[in-house]
Structures are given as structure tokens and as C-alpha cells.
Design a protein around this ligand. Sequence first.
Ligand code: SF4
Length: 151
Amino acid sequence: MSFLQSIKNSVRSKSIHVSYVNVGSCNGCDIEVLAMLAPRYDIEQYGIYVHNNPREADVLLVTGAFTPQWEDKLKSIWDKIPEPKVAIAIGNCPISGCVFNRRGSYVDPPVAKHIPIAAEVPGCPPRPTEILNAVLSLAPLVFKDYEEKQS
Ligand code: SF4
């Protein structure tokens, strides 16, 4: 393992990097995800950082009921995230389609049909604390390989 890779693993073993994608939501859940970033919930105090580069992510948050435009795009984003990785379905939309899942609707839930989902946070929308708890609950899965590589 190179020196730079060793430094990177050391840093990454102490923080969770989250990417976030909306595959067709009403934006209600997205506002709750953004609220996690704001001072009231301040997820960075837990060592969780949100950015939009899947190649640097450990966790993918997914909102929305899954519209056809995302058929290839979501899989492509998921494939770019290095192992170990997990995806979390945020809100009722990626779990069941929620209000968008009607006869004749073009949405195609659940998102678990399209990429592996490690945890679901139900609600319309869920609270920021529930989303935060889901991310923290998956930390052992995300950190497992880093700890094994460094031991
Ligand atoms: S679960 Fe509710 S709040 Fe969240 S995107 Fe769907 S309809 Fe909107």
C-alpha cells in the first residue's frame, strides 16, 4: 500500500463520506437531508461529510420514487462508489413509491430493485435525526474493511 493510500485510509477510517441523489422526489425528503447539514443537527460533529463525488463516498443516500430517467444513472453512480459502501433509502418514496405509486404511474419503486439498499428510513418525510441515526448505524459496515486493512 502506498504512503498516500495509507494516509487516505487513516483519514477515511475516522469519517463517513456521504453522497446524495434524488431519483424523483417531491423535495420534501431532500429538505430534511439538507437540514442535517445545518447548524441545528450539524452532522459534521459526528465526522460525517456530504459531497457529490461518488468516488469518495462510503454512503449513498437516495430519495425519490425512482423515475425511468434514473435507470442507468443510479446504477452508474453506485458502481463508482468504492467498497465498502452502503445505500440508504430516505423516505417512503424509495421504499414504496408513496403518493407517486398509483395505477398508470411511471415511477418504478422500490429503489432496492435497482441497487442494494442496506437500510430504509420510512416517513413522509423522515426527521433529520432518523436519517442521521441510519447513517451512524451503518458505520461499522463502512469502517470494517479499513480497520482490517490497517491491522
Ligand atoms: S416520502 Fe414524502 S416527502 Fe419524501 S419525497 Fe416522497 S412524497 Fe416527498
